[in-house]
Structure formats: C-alpha cells, structure tokens
Ligand binder design. Structure first.
Ligand code: DAT
Ligand code: MG
Length: 143
C-alpha cells in the first residue's frame, strides 16, 4: 500500500513500476481514503505501541493506494524491496532507503506474512475487486 505521504509525493507510479519491472503481477489496485476504523483493524497488532494513535492519525490524512501483487515469494521479496521499517536503516536501492527519511513517513506498507496478507486483503478488497488473469510475461519471467 502506498501510504498518504507516498501518494502526496507522487511516488505511486514509481512504486508500481518497481514491482512491475521486476516481473510481479498486479491483481488488485485501488485508491482509498481510509477511515480510522479500517486503519485500527489493519494495524490491530500494534495497538499497544506508543506510536499507534499517531500512526492511525497520519494514515487517515489522505488517500492511499492499496494493491495486491502476485508472484514467487512475493511477500518476502516485497519486504526486501520496501527496506527496513525505519528508513534510517533501509538500504539504498530499497523503496524506503531511496525515498524516505523518518519512520512515520516511510511511504509504503507491505504485508509481513501469508496469513497477515490474507487478513489485509480481506480488509481492503472485495473479491470482485481482484482479478485472476494470465500474464503474458509469465514464460519470460519464470523458468
Ligand atoms: P512495517 O511497516 O515495516 O511492517 P511495523 O508493522 O512494525 O513496520 O509498523 C507499522 C508502521 O508503524 C511503520 O511502517 C511505521 C510505524 N512505526 C513503526 N515503528 C515506529 C516507531 N518506533 N515510531 C513511530 N512509528 C513507527
Ligand atoms: Mg508491519
């Protein structure tokens, strides 16, 4: 998900392009201005953290771009492409390492595991907003 800072800074296209160019397949994509209720469910596991209220407040300041990507080990590889949570520790070449400075403005969210991804997809997407199609790139990206 491109966070409000990523959308405002015009980084949505670049973020999508990184995933597209690597060879991953987009199966869902939409702009959403999330409610605090949705964000509280999305970040429920962080509700005990001191930064929780600020995180929810910032994430509700504007629209985000929610996406579902498909591909081999996409969750693990996607996390690598994002970089460390704190941009001060994100390697150059990662999205956060190239485009962000502070942890509360780290431009992008990525699911952290298969079960979490399923939960998050259920929160953000209706089944009919996701698309099962054959990518013409398949034979050229995978062995
Ligand atoms: P990630 O987004 O890499 O999965 P997370 O799930 O631990 O990281 O935290 C969710 C978001 O909360 C993170 O992208 C930015 C914010 N956050 C995390 N740690 C923080 C901290 N110490 N202070 C302020 N915001 C923080
Ligand atoms: Mg997380």
């Amino acid at each position: 998900m491109v966070k409000p800072d990523g959308v405002q800074r015009g980084l949505t296209g670049e973020i999508i392009q990184r995933f597209e160019k690597r060879g991953y397949k987009m199966v869902g994509c939409k702009m959403v201005w999330p409610s605090k209720e949705l964000l509280e469910k999305h970040y429920a596991d962080l509700s005990g953290q001191p930064f929780f209220a600020g995180l929810i407040a910032f994430m509700a300041t504007g629209p985000v771009v929610a996406m579902v990507w498909e591909g081999k080990e996409i969750i693990k590889m996607g996390r690598m492409m994002l970089g460390a949570t704190n941009p001060q520790e994100s390697a150059p070449g990662t999205l956060r390492g190239d485009y962000s400075i502070d942890v509360t403005r780290n431009i992008i969210h990525g699911s952290d595991g298969v079960d979490i991804a399923k939960k998050e997809i259920g929160l953000w997407f209706k089944p009919e907003e996701m698309f099962d199609y054959k990518s013409c790139l398949k034979e050229m990206v995978y062995e």
